[in-house]
Design a protein around this ligand. Structure first.
Ligand code: 13P
Ligand code: SF4
Length: 362
């Protein structure tokens, strides 16, 4: 019996004929992008054979994107073959939030972690927002629920509630304004309230406290107790040992690191700002105190730079794969579709829109 189905389903059921020429061209395109990546979490060498092996997948994903009217947003920490093989936009949380709000696609595939996809759904409610793996959580987002934040708010009723974007939609809905690693200092410094309840990152809260004190801004910052399981692992001893071995080294850290790490670093900023810093400074070596995917991006975009240090992986970001991106585009399972209660979505949207209003305009 023939069942009725829509034309997109019909199209994707018919595998496109992939000629050897098409596969070779795609492998060449991938190789040109990925050639310099040598910190691959799966230990792969990015040569022609590796690229030829994934070419059928990237070609199929790019075809499915056109058929489904889909865009792929990818955070810089996901695997390089997603970032350079199939993503339409790649970057940090702020950039990807802007793109999620702007794009007019029917489907948004978020290759990152679930709170980022939730943010996309908050900002583009008409789109079907899907995640390759529902298990892609975040130790910061998982550290605080909306109910726990309500309890904290009851203890500090006069505080303005600022949430770091690495939190659930429930927490955003309970907050006055959202911030990212790129705009946190500017936004907190310019809020009228002196007392700030900053959630869920205790370490970033300490870094904001220190930075605002340096700038002469008087704020009382109260935090909840979350940390990033990747960034809280770096210590000042790593920096001291590296500086001794590599004279002229520049140390570049994310503000989710400890205050001791931040103070011992040459630059602290969002992943987007960290990339910009490396591209625009001259140094013989860089130590990147962040997730390893960012080093992969820099090896692609600034191949002349030298990076030292080991590789720390975010296990959640690494749940994304080309196979899962293809499968979610072919036919998303219910658990891969992001849904939000509409009144909660609207409250969370207000808190993110406030961030866009208060962000530095540059
Ligand atoms: P960025 O917004 O700086 O990319 O940070 C996101 C993140 O999850 C860092 O761990
Ligand atoms: Fe969350 Fe840390 Fe992973 Fe970023 S690196 S997504 S903060 S667990």
């Amino acid at each position: 019996m023939i069942k009725a189905c829509d034309s997109a389903t019909l199209l994707s059921a018919v595998p496109a004929i992939l000629t050897d020429d098409a596969l070779e061209l795609e492998a060449d395109r991938l190789l040109r992008a990925l050639l310099h990546v040598d910190c691959d979490p799966q230990g792969r060498t990015w040569n022609y054979e590796t690229c030829r092996a994934i070419a059928p997948l990237t070609l199929e994903i790019n075809r499915l994107k056109r058929e489904r009217d889909a865009v792929i947003l990818a955070h810089s920490y996901v695997e390089p073959e997603i970032i350079y093989g199939v993503a339409d936009f790649r970057g940090d949380s702020y950039f990807l939030s802007l793109k999620a709000r702007e794009v007019r696609a029917r489907v948004i595939v978020f290759a990152g972690v679930v709170f980022m996809a939730e943010t996309a759904k908050i900002l583009s409610p008409e789109a079907l927002v899907v995640v390759p793996d529902r298990g892609s959580g975040c130790s910061l987002a998982d550290s605080l629920t909306g109910a726990q934040l309500r309890e904290l708010k009851a203890l500090y009723p006069d505080a303005t509630v600022v949430c770091y974007i690495n939190c659930t939609a429930d927490v955003k809905a309970e907050s006055d304004v959202c911030v990212t690693s790129g705009n946190v200092h500017h936004i907190v410094a310019n809020l009228p309230a002196r007392r700030i309840l900053f959630v869920p990152d205790r370490l970033m809260g300490q870094n904001v406290r220190d930075e605002l004190r340096r700038r002469g801004v008087d704020k009382e910052i109260i935090t909840s107790d979350g940390t990033c399981m990747v960034h809280d692992q770096f210590g000042p001893a790593d920096i001291a040992a590296a500086r001794e071995r590599f004279p002229g080294l520049k140390v570049v850290a994310h503000p989710e690191c400890t205050a001791e790490v931040a103070v011992a670093s040459d630059f602290v900023g969002s992943t987007g700002a960290m990339m910009k810093y490396v591209k625009t400074t001259a140094a013989p070596y860089y130590l990147m105190l962040t997730e390893c995917g960012l080093v992969g991006r820099l090896q692609v975009e600034a191949p002349e730079k030298a990076f030292i240090g080991g590789c720390r992986l975010c296990p959640y970001m690494k749940l994304n794969s080309l196979e899962k991106v293809r499968d979610v585009l072919r036919a998303p399972r219910p658990d891969q579709i992001v849904t939000l209660d509409e009144p909660l979505r609207r409250r969370a949207e207000r808190c993110i829109e406030r961030m866009f209003e208060l962000s530095p305009k540059d």
